[in-house]
Design a protein around this ligand. Structure first.
Ligand SMILES: [Zn+2]
Length: 385
């Protein structure tokens, strides 16, 4: 942090922190909030009253019956509290959702991307957001976008590979020209990491989320925060070299991990082996075929090589495997965990865990909502006035 905090900043940060604890179920009364945040009971009571008056939280009845004196009231997110519009732009579809301040999704719809250009995608984007908002009776707080990269400083997708040859899709500008809500743009895998951190993996404050599907990327949560560089997203995990004498990658580098261990490669190899097109949902069945089992093991070993590199650089507590990796049978997840722990440099550290994503293959959809929540819980957007 380079700038100091004045009274107003601290007030907003405290409100965000209270909301976070209530929304994520970490505290459900004034007393618990005071304990958890280290603030006095009086200050905790005042912040709670402000959140109730603003229609963000409500008292939903006594926490337990049978005590003498007034029982503490359970605090929950108000059912009519503002909602968040989520937009997930992948290479083959846009998924629109409405999410609550607790990060739950109450509406979801999708629009396939077929043969598109800048205008046609813009149209689909605007129409999808409009129809999601129309189905919503409560206030809209903000629009969160989780999208494929590379993303520039203006919130545009720039020169993304296999994305209809579109040079620049100015997503933030398109949304802001058509809607008056604050718009938060995030790389999809970074957003997925934030979602897993808020709801799924918050037991760890240092972990790396791996999104493996057509491409291969990483979202790094470092000391409880998404790691970025100069405010730009990082984590092009698929383009670290695992074979210096290997194939040339379209990115310009040689022997990139993505060429050997992405699920696009896995699916191609499995499809060739069984002579028909297969899908991630088929992984469990295919693993029973010895020839396919060999392919799974080979890919797991190559992916492990990349994860060991990350481990030696960042010393994470865990890896969370998401997107299509959710469909990998457990024995390969266990094999990856074993590979990492037996080959890493710092062997005396606690065992590094490898989990499947809490949000299964949908972390990025939840990520589009979490991108906004992450700001709200820091005291931004909802508390700006
Ligand atoms: Zn590459």
């Amino acid at each position: 942090m380079t700038r100091g905090m004045n009274g107003g900043d601290i007030k907003r940060a405290n409100r965000g922190l209270f909301l976070k604890n209530i929304a994520l179920g970490k505290a459900n009364s004034r007393i618990e909030l005071a304990k958890l945040t280290g603030l006095t009971k009086m200050t905790a009571g005042n912040i709670t009253s402000e959140l109730i008056q603003a229609g963000i939280i409500e008292e939903s009845g006594p926490i337990y019956a049978g005590v003498t004196g007034p029982a503490p009231q359970r605090l929950t997110i108000c059912r009519t509290a503002p909602k968040i519009v989520g937009v997930y732009i992948s290479r083959d579809e846009i998924i629109f959702s409405i999410g609550t301040l607790s990060g739950d999704i109450i509406f979801k719809d999708n629009t396939p991307l077929l043969s598109e250009n800048t205008d046609s995608i813009s149209q689909k984007l605007v129409n999808g957001i409009k129809s999601a908002i129309e189905k919503q009776k409560d206030n809209i707080l903000a629009i969160g976008v989780a999208m494929i990269g590379p993303i520039d400083n203006d919130g545009a997708i720039v020169d993304s590979p296999n994305f209809f040859g579109i040079k620049k899709l100015p997503v933030k500008k398109i949304i802001e020209d058509n809607f008056s809500y604050p718009t938060i743009i995030c790389n999809d895998i970074s957003a997925a990491a934030v979602a897993e951190h808020l709801k799924g993996g918050e037991i760890h404050s240092n972990f790396v989320f791996i999104g493996n599907s057509n491409g291969l990327g990483a979202g790094i949560i470092h000391n409880g925060e998404l790691l970025t560089s100069k405010n730009l997203f990082i984590g092009e995990f698929g383009h670290i070299t695992i074979n210096a004498n290997g194939e040339k990658c379209p990115c310009g580098n040689t022997g990139c991990l993505e060429l050997y261990a992405s699920h696009m490669v896995l699916i191609k190899r499995l499809s060739d082996a069984v002579g028909k097109k297969i899908y991630p949902q088929d992984f469990e069945e295919l693993a029973k075929i010895p020839e396919c089992d060999e392919i799974f093991n080979d890919i797991a070993q190559k992916l492990s090589a990349g994860l060991i590199t990350i481990t030696n650089l960042l010393r994470p507590e865990a890896f969370i495997l998401g997107y299509d990796s959710y469909f990998l049978p457990d024995k390969y997840i266990d094999a990856i965990e074993h590979n990492i722990n037996s080959a890493r440099f710092l062997k005396e550290d606690e065992r590094i865990k490898v989990y499947k994503a809490h949000y299964k293959s949908e972390s990025a959809i939840y990520g589009s909502i979490a991108a906004v929540l992450n700001e709200v819980f820091k005291g931004e957007i909802l508390f700006n006035n």
